[in-house]
Write a protein that binds this ligand. Sequence first.
Ligand code: HQG
Length: 180
Amino acid sequence: MNDTEISKFLSFVLRHQPEVIGLTLDREGWANIDDLLVGAIADGKSLSYELIEAVVDGSDKKRFAISEDGTLIRAVQGHSTEAVQRSFPEQVPPPVLYHGTATRFVESIREQGLLAGSRQYVHLSEHQETAISVGKRYGKPIVLKIQALQMQQQGFKFFLSENGVWLTQSVPAQFIEDSL
Ligand code: HQG
């Protein structure tokens, strides 16, 4: 597997479906690296500790973390598996945060607001450029501007993950504007 394939495999088992390789994640998302290797190799993947470490260190978005003693690994955010209920520090957001999405989703977002979908949180970013690249994953991108501080002042909770992604449960339509 090349680095991208390894990264996608790690995202899949550490965020979404650990059970496909018989892996268990704790509430904070940690998995035993030896167990992950055993499961991956049994599943026909050619993987080693060194390859995993290289992907974790090289990840542009710092998606994964290895524990200090080197025995555990987790995805920092982006989980859909219910086994994981990470505790993130609650933070006061900046006045505005951005959400990148595809233009074809906008009508529904205008009606329903932003929903977490299969993940546990809606993902927001501080920079428009990040939001554009997130939106491009699903089609022609559009960036939505979220009145985050206003939301927080009205009682909505915001969390900041270790890799700089802002998380909130949902964003009602009245806090959303077009940005670009
Ligand atoms: C959309 C990547 C219709 C939402 C990225 C998004 C991110 C709605 C899609 C991270 C909607 C869900 C997360 C509504 C939301 N109607 N569509 N009411 N509410 N949507 O992938 O934010 O590379 O679960 O706009 O960089 O795109 O994996 O979320 O388009 O940080 O590390 O439903 O994933 O990071 O898609 O991406 P996703 P996302 P990684």
